[in-house]
Design a protein around this ligand. Structure first.
Ligand SMILES: NC(=O)c1ccc[n+]([C@@H]2O[C@H](COP(=O)([O-])OP(=O)(O)OC[C@H]3O[C@@H](n4cnc5c(N)ncnc54)[C@H](O)[C@@H]3O)[C@@H](O)[C@H]2O)c1
Length: 267
């Protein structure tokens, strides 16, 4: 149980200190959903290591984590590169301590007509989204085994649930992440490590912003046609679900796909 429980109110929602001074690694924490996850975990009581291959724009996220009273480090790392991951894991252990929480969020989401997807494009998206999830988990899971406590949260995608035209390669990686979640959850359940995944859908980050003008009726038109709650998702919507799965109190939740999609896909 956490040694103390306090409640703070912020413009982005209510955060309780539900994480007992754990160290969290958030891949792709430098932007978008990963930045929101990093801040939410810090507000809930974690020190945070941001692992991202682009660390140019992390200052606001770092400041928000420090404002929450937590420690933060930033590691420049490509999640498809085993050597860089090993170095980031070592730096994280040395500067923050053993890793208790891993959020595999880094991902790329290319679009391409199926018949034009090259073998190189297929391999690249699998290297980052699927193999990257495997490599990052393997690099830190011994810390969790040693502590007999751990939380792995994988960010998948609603595209693996609904299908997505022109994203066959991407959706296939995210289907792999969902299956990976269940298999890993079974392998480590008895040693106190939970493994879950959150599939976002239509969250307003750079990726969605880049295709905004191609959507008929703009974002709101698309949202009205596809999302029952009638609003676009925000990074904090995903972060709140991740914070729930990472919490001390969530130890009986494992192998789950926790859909956060405004009701777009209900299962
Ligand atoms: N935004 C959405 O609507 C949506 C929907 C479904 C799934 N997702 C998933 O959510 C996750 C985050 O998406 P986002 O919208 O915040 O994306 P984003 O592009 O805004 O941010 C992704 C972050 O990951 C980092 N990154 C990418 N490849 C990396 C690599 N090889 N090594 C290290 N860092 C890397 C980027 O630098 C960036 O900081 C992704 O896995 C994405 O597939 C997003």
């Amino acid at each position: 149980m956490p040694s103390s429980v306090s409640i703070s109110l912020s413009s982005k929602g209510v955060h309780m200190n539900r994480i007992n001074n754990r160290v969290a690694v958030v891949t792709g924490g430098g932007a978008g959903i990963g930045a929101a996850i990093s801040i939410a975990l810090a507000k809930d009581g974690a020190d945070v290591a941001i692992w991202d291959w682009n660390v140019d724009n992390v200052s606001e996220t770092v400041a928000a984590i420090e404002e929450a009273g937590r420690r933060v480090i930033v590691c420049k790392v490509d999640v498809a590169n085993k050597q860089q991951i090993a170095e980031a894991a070592e730096k994280t252990r040395q500067q923050l301590g053993p890793v208790g929480i891993l959020v595999n969020n880094a991902g790329v989401s290319p679009e391409q007509d199926f018949v034009k997807i090259s073998e190189e494009e297929w391999d690249k998206v699998f290297d980052i989204n699927a193999k990257g999830t495997f490599l990052c988990t393997q690099a830190v899971i011994q810390d969790m085994v040693d502590a007999q406590w751990g939380r792995v949260v994988n960010i998948s995608s609603s595209s693996a649930q609904t299908g997505a035209p022109r994203m066959v390669h991407y959706a296939a990686t995210k289907g792999a992440v969902i299956a990976y979640t269940k298999a890993l959850a079974r392998e480590f359940a008895a040693v106190g490590i939970t493994v879950n995944n959150v599939p976002p859908s239509t969250v307003y980050t750079a990726g969605l912003q880049s295709v905004e003008e191609r959507l008929e009726g703009g974002i709101q038109g698309y949202v009205n046609a596809t999302i029952p709650v009638k609003r676009v998702g925000q990074p904090e919507d995903i972060a709140n679900a991740v914070a729930f799965l990472a919490a001390e109190a969530s130890g009986y939740v494992t192998g789950v796909t926790l859909s956060v999609n405004g009701g777009r896909y209900m299962l």
